[in-house]
Write a protein that binds this ligand. Structure first.
Ligand code: IPD
Ligand code: CA
Ligand code: CA
Length: 287
């Protein structure tokens, strides 16, 4: 007789975790919204431009309280406080309490709360709440993706030439040659436009609900993208590394599309011409 390994979770666990993520995202979102325009202290976290405000810290404290109360055995990786519990825990919540901190600090209303659950390193549950638009995105593996409880789908755009994309620039951009400036210029030429929202989680939700056709970025962390990955995949989109191979969260590089333009965008990133690279080189600051 052979014994199949016991699955790590059941469909009802997924539903429970979705509700826990939702409770935390809505509570943190309400806190962020209440601090809108009132933030007194903005600090830099080491790298130029990498900011933290009291809203980031208070939102994170609210989320941690809710997750720890419901899931005391799970690990947590949170942007502001780091790793909680063993890094080997098969269940790990990846939390960005305020994605779009620079926008928030400047009173530019494009920010959200992003809460994802990794199961054995695989993004499995995602909840993203944008309190400025009152948009709640949710997804769990096999359960589909929703925006304010209505099912969502990626766009049907089939070519790069007809696409609208989004990307971003990590905080190390002034210190590295690999700063995404060349790719941004190249794709601006090849498409109907490339946007930069300042929130990776919002970028992913915009791909998931078909407002945008694709997103790529380097220098990104698990808390920025875990929730958004599940939402894009469950909305019918495709997630990979730049070259189309399976995503490795540790590389910090992600390509997310509606699937239809995935190969063409992957190819275009690889084909970014050297003359754009030269501009990037000219902008790197030397110590
Ligand atoms: C940042 C945003 C931004 C992306 C940066 C992230 P933060 O997160 O998601 O869009 O370009 O790489 O670090 O600092 O606002 O939480
Ligand atoms: Ca972030
Ligand atoms: Ca953040």
């Amino acid at each position: 007789m052979t014994f199949a390994p016991k699955p790590l979770f059941s469909p009802s666990d997924l539903q429970t975790w979705l509700e826990i993520g939702t409770e935390a995202a809505l509570a943190a979102g309400a806190e962020i919204f209440s601090l809108w325009g009132k933030v007194q202290e903005v600090e830099e976290k080491g790298r130029a431009g990498d900011l933290v405000t009291e809203a980031d810290r208070q939102a994170e404290a609210i989320i941690l309280g809710i997750i720890k109360r419901h899931c005391p055995d799970h690990g947590i990786l949170a942007e502001e406080s780091g790793q909680w519990g063993s890094g080997d825990n098969p269940f790990c919540w990846a939390i960005d309490p305020l994605d779009g901190t620079t926008n928030f600090a400047h009173s530019y209303p494009v920010s959200c709360v992003s809460i994802g659950l990794l199961v054995q390193g695989i993004p499995t549950v995602g909840v993203i709440y944008n309190p400025f638009r009152q948009e709640l995105f949710r997804a769990a593996t096999g359960l589909g993706a929703t925006l304010n409880r209505q099912s969502i789908q990626v766009s049907t755009t089939t070519s790069l030439a007809k696409s609208l994309l989004v990307s971003g620039f990590a905080y190390d951009r002034v210190k590295t040659l690999d700063n995404n400036y060349p790719e941004f210029c190249h794709l601006t030429h090849l498409t109907q436009g490339v946007r930069r929202s300042g929130s990776a989680a919002i970028d992913l939700t915009d791909v998931a609900c078909g407002r945008l056709d694709g997103y790529w970025e380097r220098g990104i962390n698990p808390w920025d993208i875990t929730a958004g990955i599940v939402i894009v995949q469950e909305a019918g989109g495709v997630i990979s590394s730049y070259d189309g191979s399976p995503l490795d969260l540790k590389t910090g590089r992600i390509l997310a599309t509606n699937g239809r333009i995935h190969h063409e965008l992957s190819q275009a990133l690889a084909d970014t011409p050297q003359w754009f690279q030269n501009y990037a080189i000219s902008r790197v600051q030397k110590d």
